[in-house]
Structure formats: structure tokens, C-alpha cells
Design a protein around this ligand. Sequence first.
Ligand code: ACO
Length: 330
Amino acid sequence: MLGSRARISGWGKSLPERVLTNAELEKMVETSDDWIHSRTGIRERRIAGPNETTFTLAVEAGRQALRAAGTAALDVDLIIVCTFSPEFGGMPSTASLVQHALGATRAGAFDLNAACSGFIYGLAMAQATINAGMNDTVLVIGAETMSRLLDWSDRSTCVLFGDGAGATLLQSGPESAGLLSCVLGSDGSGGELLYVPAGGSRHPASLQSVEGAQHFIRMNGKEVYKFAITAAPRAALEAVARAGLSMEDVDLFIPHQANTRIIHSAAASLGLTLERVFINVDRYGNTSAASIPIALCEAVESGRIGPGDTVLLSGFGGGLTWGAAVIQWG
Ligand code: ACO
């Protein structure tokens, strides 16, 4: 459609019922509520139950987004599931399973892996296909079951993450509102700062890889921290400039919810007071690609975003990857 813009018409989220508190983690590994909260801001996170998977969380979030938009599954042209904890190791994609479960029989579907930046990458792909006139309606879901990739005896990682899914429906609409800009970046030289050593073509699953706990997340926290506090604000500044705006125009900043110290640092670099920053990492931990769409959904539902508002999203993560987007809320 000529002169159209990708706008967010629906949103949804799905979180496991099971809450894992810092007090419970104190009984599992050598840690404390004080250490976790002072370093990360996290108080509790959600953990998938035996019948909950990346697929089930994604389907529920996607269903809610369609309902919020008042759009039938049959009208969806494309489904993108952003995840690095997919339902299966190789195929089928989680997105294809979601497509079937939703009854979106006209839709194409694929998974997208840009770790915690995945949702921003998904938005950019949705925007590109809508602006090119290829699709009218694209469902972008961020969904993760991080708990299945965690070594629960490694205190340096297991306290940081949580499970969940968030979804947005993007549809072509008038140019007056919608996604104004997207910025994406990557630096693969830092790939091993945050990675899952085995299970891919370099180190296929073997008895040794399982015995060596190599199917779990390994992270160099200090280096990731240094990367995060520069990459995320830099991308945010670029996205705002590309939208032809300045930081004063931003009504709400929704950063990737990894850690309140990183969020506070990014906000300070951008000159944003905390009243203009959305934070829910205290309740969910780092849900990777799901963190921004869950936060966006909560921000809309709680009235923090209203018509005409300018919303800035920014993320960073494994790869290394980063990204930012600016939305004019319709
Ligand atoms: N409880 C208690 N002590 C701990 C814990 C824990 N859960 N984890 C580590 N420690 C210890 C370490 O063993 C170390 O002890 P030592 O000094 O005796 O060796 C000490 O705490 C390290 O403490 P700090 O230096 O204060 O830790 P730091 O300030 O670096 O905080 C943290 C660690 C929170 C991991 C920080 O580095 C960080 O936030 N990094 C970024 C992580 C991140 O955001 N990752 C996600 C990226 S997104 C994605 O793609 C998934």
C-alpha cells in the first residue's frame, strides 16, 4: 500500500504462573536477595511449568495480540517468532507451529534469532515487508524459555533470566503513526561473551557435551555489561535521529529488561529521567527476546502509552547484537 506505515494494532503477553523468588534461589545456589537485587534489580522471575514451552507461551501472546487488534488469524500474512530457545533444536520452526495453532493458514512463518535484540530485529523485518507492499499484517512474537538453557548450579547466570512471551501485531496504516525508524547492529567478534557452547554444528550433542553442561548459557558478565552500556544508548540515539526527532520528543523509553543498572546507565546517557523509562525487570528477570514486547504490552495496558506518544525501544544481546526503534503511537 503506497504511503502506508507499519503500525502496532495489537499486543499481548504470556507469562508462566510459577514465580521463582530470590529467597528460593538462596536455597538453590550460594547467593542472596541482596546480591541479586543490588546488582540487577531483579526480585523474582517466572519459570515455565512442565507443560509450558516457548511454543505455548508464544501462541497465547499471539492470540491476545490478534484479539486486541480485532483481527482474524486468517488475515495474518506473516508470523515471526524471535527466540533463541525454540521449541525444537533445528526444525520445525516455532513460528510454523504457532501458525498452525492460531489457524493462520494464509501466513508464512519463520524463527528469527538475534538473542535479546530479537524483537527489534523482528519489528524491522515486519516494517520492511509492510513498507515494500509485500504484507499487510505481520505478527511479531518474542518468546523464550530461558529456564531450559540455564545451568541451575551456576549462580552467575541462573539468577538473571526468566521465561515469557510478548507479541505485537503490525499492520499497514496511514503515515501519521507507526514505526518511524529501526536501527540494527552486530559484532560477531564478541560471540563467545554470551553463548551456548554445544548443540550446533561446531559441537553437536554428545555424551561429553551433556556431561560438560555445554548446552547451557555461558556468559562473561562484566564484558557484556560494558558492551551493553554503550551499544544500547548509541543505537537509541541513532534511531531517534533517523526518525527526525530529538530525545525531548520521547515520551517513554522501553529498554531491554536485563538489569536496572544497565537501564539506569542508558537512561542517564540519553538524558532521560526515570519517569520516562519503563522497568519491569524486578518481576520477570531477563526474558531475552520477550522482554521488550512484554514491557510494551504492560506499558499500553497500564496507560503509560497513549495516542500520539513517541516510544523508544532499545535492545542488546548475544551475537553480539543490538537494535533500537522509534514508534509514533496511533
Ligand atoms: N550471587 C552472589 N555472588 C555472585 C553471584 C550470585 N548470583 N554471581 C556472581 N557472584 C560473584 C562472583 O563469583 C564474583 O565473585 P568473586 O569476586 O569472589 O570472584 C562476584 O560476585 C562478582 O561481583 P561483581 O563484580 O560485583 O559482579 P558485577 O557487578 O559484574 O555483576 C552481573 C554481575 C550482574 C552479571 C553484571 O556483570 C551484569 O549485569 N552483566 C550483564 C549481564 C547481562 O545483561 N546479560 C544478558 C545479555 S542479553 C542476552 O542476549 C541474553
